[in-house]
Every structure is written in structure tokens, then in C-alpha cells.
Design a protein around this ligand. Structure first.
Ligand code: PMP
Length: 427
């Protein structure tokens, strides 16, 4: 009999995978807390929360039971002209965590669609106001998703090269990493001078796919102040940073100046169901209110506001709001920081950084930082052999664990990293 992996090879095309050279996919048959189990019953610690979504661990019984309850009541209903209790409750509860002036929640399916909706809200805000403002400012090397709008505002890279002529122009500015704040700030100031800037989009505090690049809230706050002054709409892409990933409920909680639009996904359902959310303040929303139908936001997906996703998100919120969640986040953040200090002077390490529950280690290489860095595969294999799922971004290895991970499992990961760093010869 063929294994699941063998059957997969015959029929499936996987994301972000060169199918000709990729090995056998690992078939996972069970998840439990911080662990996933393959078809041979090998256990792995999921050190990256399965592409950053399983913030609350796998197969959380509480979330599962709430989805199951919902499943017996209403699985789905069209969301134009109709509504339901889980969608309303979720919006009410999310708004309690979002900036005070955020008034509306728009549902979609994933992080990329949450960003698409945000871009459309920002661009149409201006046309609805009778103004032609179409320029978007974004950070260099940003990653906002794989749909065309989201790709356009993302850094130009190997991910976007085949489509580069089709992406709209964006004014890219440098990320204000330590030591670069002034340069980046001046670039924003310059870009903001032009009258045609519609919006500024950013991943607050941590640029995920760029390699867990981190920067300080203070400088971002100053950048938002300039945008407010120049009437530029600000869009925070909290798809990865939301739900305590950076230590606070949202990364933008650390800012005094609040974004006009916020994108959420990933951890919103604890990793159970696909969902995207775009929230906005009254200023944005009001620009779409009119007797004139052309001012409508004509955007929607078949599964918008899916009741099962909403139920999963409400149950996840129950857990996020429980004090054990915050305690776990603090515990992981503290331990990551201690470990960061222990390894920062290793010869093979060019930089170690941590923010909240994210720890990133940039390895020295002769080829510099690159997603296609040759060492990526060897790092991946090294950790998989030790039963740890880690998916380096080129020469940057990072952990972004579910909050239920135990201290013992963190120690297993830390010690595997130390073994790796000690055996690594700069290539
Ligand atoms: N924005 C950010 C900051 C992300 O990290 C991602 C996904 N890694 C996305 C958007 C796109 O989300 P999705 O993969 O759900 O479309």
C-alpha cells in the first residue's frame, strides 16, 4: 500500500515548493499542543506554529468543541444581506481590542485578502472623496501576501519577479532598523511631500518573511505622526504580529498614533480555520456611505464571515483574554531573551534578535542574506532529524512557537540551536 506521502507526490502541487527537486512531504496525521505527529508516529515540536498560525497549539480542545457546537447550528450562509450571531459577536469583541476609533470589521479569507481589502479601502477612500491619490508607500523587503495588490506592496524579490511588469508602482523606503532610523524617517518625509500619496502600509515592529527584521515602536510612531499630518492613510499589516506574537495583544498597541486600517489573519482562529479581517476607523468607513452606488466597496468572497471561522475566532479570543495566555507569552519572551544573550557572541552568528515570542538568529554566510541561501536546506534537515519543525528564511533561523509550548520543549529547541551553531562552519 502506498504511503500518504507517495500518494501526495502523484496529485498535489505544494505552496512555495519546487516540485522537481523537493523531497517527500512529511504526512502529518495528528496534532496535539506544540506537537505534530507523522504517519510513522514520529513526533515534531512545531517551533514555527505551522506558518505562524497555530498560536494556541494544535487541536486545542476548547476551540474544537466551540467549532463543533457551531457546526450543528449553522455552517455557512451568504454574508451580503444576511448576518449571524458569531460574526456580530466576533466583530464586537475584536473592536474592544482594536484602537478606540476603529468602528467596523470587514471579513475575508486570509492574510493576503485582508491586505487587498485594506488597499482597496484606502484607494477608494480617495476616489470617493473625488481626489486622485494612488501612490502607496511601503517598506523595502516587506511581505504582505501573494495576491496581486499584496504582491505590489511587497518588496520586489524572487517571489514577485515573474509578475514584476504587472505590479503597480510603489514608493519603497528603508525599514528603520537600529541605526537606520534617521535615513528611513527622512525617506518617508520626502515621499510624504507629494500630493498623490494614498497610503502607507507596514508590518509593525517585525517584518516576518523578510527574515524577522525588527525595529522600534518609537520610530514607527513618529512615522505615523507624519502620515497623519499629511493626511496619508496608514495601514498596519498585523497578520503575523497580531494576537500577542510581539508581546502585546497587537504590535500597534505600543504606538500612540493609531493606524487607520488594520489587517488580521493567522492567529485569529488559533490556526483552526481560514479567516482574514480588515478593520477601519470611522473616517474610512464614512467615505463609502452614499446614495451613489458607485461609492460601495465592491469586494467579497464566497466564504466571507463563515460562521465556523467566526466560532473558532471567538473561542480563540476567550483563550487570548485568559491570563494564562499573557503569562505564557511573557514566559516565552523572557526565556528567548535569556537565550539570545547566551548565543549572541557565537562566531557563526551575525545577529540575534528577539521581540515578544519571536527569536531570530542570522547566520554568517559568505553569500550574505538570501532566501535561497544554500544552508537553508541543511538547517531544515538538521532540525527535522531532531524532531523540530523549523523553516529557516534563507540564512535566518527563527522560532515562533505556539504559546502552550513547555519550558522543557523550549530547552530542547535551544539546545538543538546551540548544537547547530557549534557545528556550523561559515559557508
Ligand atoms: N501579511 C503578512 C505580514 C504575512 O506574514 C502574511 C503571510 N505570511 C500575509 C500578509 C499573507 O497571509 P496569507 O498567507 O494568509 O495570505
Amino acid at each position: 500500500m502506498k504511503s500518504i506521502s507517495e500518494r501526495d507526490k502523484e496529485v498535489i502541487w505544494h505552496p512555495y515548493t519546487q516540485m522537481q527537486t523537493s523531497g517527500m512531504p512529511v504526512a502529518i496525521v495528528k496534532g496535539e499542543g506544540a506537537y505534530i505527529y507523522d504517519e510513522n508516529n514520529k513526533k515534531y515540536i512545531d517551533a514555527i506554529s505551522s506558518w505562524w498560525v497555530n498560536t494556541l497549539g494544535h487541536c486545542n480542545k476548547y476551540i474544537a468543541s466551540k467549532i463543533s457546537e457551531q457546526l450543528m447550528k449553522l455552517e455557512h450562509v451568504i454574508f451580503a444581506g444576511f448576518t449571524h450571531e458569531p460574526a456580530v459577536e466576533l466583530a464586537e469583541r475584536l473592536l474592544k481590542h482594536l484602537p478606540l476609533n476603529h468602528k467596523k470589521i470587514f471579513y475575508s479569507d486570509n492574510g493576503s485578502t485582508a491586505v487587498e481589502v485594506a488597499l482597496k479601502m484606502a484607494l477608494q477612500f480617495w476616489t470617493n472623496n473625488g481626489l486622485k491619490k494612488q501612490k502607496i508607500i511601503a517598506f523595502r523587503n516587506a511581505y504582505h501576501g501573494d495576491t496581486f495588490g499584496a504582491m505590489s506592496v511587497s518588496g520586489r524579490s524572487v517571489f514577485t519577479t515573474p509578475f514584476s511588469d504587472l505590479l503597480f508602482d510603489v514608493e519603497f523606503i528603508d525599514v528603520p532598523v537600529k541605526g537606520q532610523e534617521e535615513i528611513s524617517f527622512l525617506q518617508l518625509q520626502k515621499a510624504a511631500k507629494s500630493d498623490d500619496v494614498a497610503a502607507f502600509i507596514f508590518e509593525p515592529l517585525v517584518q516576518g518573511a523578510a527574515g524577522m527584521v525588527m525595529y522600534a515602536p518609537e520610530i514607527l510612531d513618529e512615522m505615523l505622526a507624519i502620515c497623519n499630518e499629511k493626511n496619508i492613510i496608514t495601514i498596519a499589516d498585523e497578520v503575523m504580529t497580531g494576537f500577542y506574537r510581539t508581546g502585546t495583544f497587537f504590535a500597534t498597541d505600543r504606538l500612540k498614533n493609531k493606524p487607520d486600517i488594520i489587517c488580521l489573519s493567522k492567529g485569529i482562529t488559533g490556526g483552526f480555520m481560514a479567516m482574514g479581517v480588515t478593520s477601519c476607523n470611522e473616517k474610512i468607513y464614512n467615505a463609502f456611505l452614499s446614495e451613489d452606488k458607485t461609492k460601495t466597496l465592491y469586494h467579497g468572497h464566497s466564504y466571507t464571515g463563515n460562521p465556523l471561522s467566526c466560532a473558532a475566532a471567538i473561542a480563540s479570543l476567550d483563550l487570548y483574554e485568559d491570563k494564562t495566555c499573557e503569562e505564557n507569552v511573557l514566559r516565552i519572551s523572557f526565556r528567548n531573551d535569556v537565550f539570545r544573550k547566551q548565543i549572541q557572541h557565537y562566531q557563526s552568528v551575525s545577529e540575534v534578535r528577539s521581540t515578544g515570542t519571536i527569536l531570530a538568529i542570522e547566520l554568517k554566510t559568505s553569500e550574505g542574506t538570501s532566501y535561497h541561501s544554500n544552508i537553508r536546506t541543511s538547517i531544515y534537515d538538521f532540525f527535522m532529524a531532531k524532531g523540530i519543525l523549523m523553516r529557516p528564511l534563507g540564512n535566518i533561523l527563527y522560532i515562533l512557537p505556539p504559546y502552550c509550548i513547555s519550558d522543557e520543549d523550549l530547552d530542547i529547541i535551544y539546545s538543538a540551536i546551540t548544537d547547530f551553531l557549534e557545528s556550523y562552519n561559515i559557508k
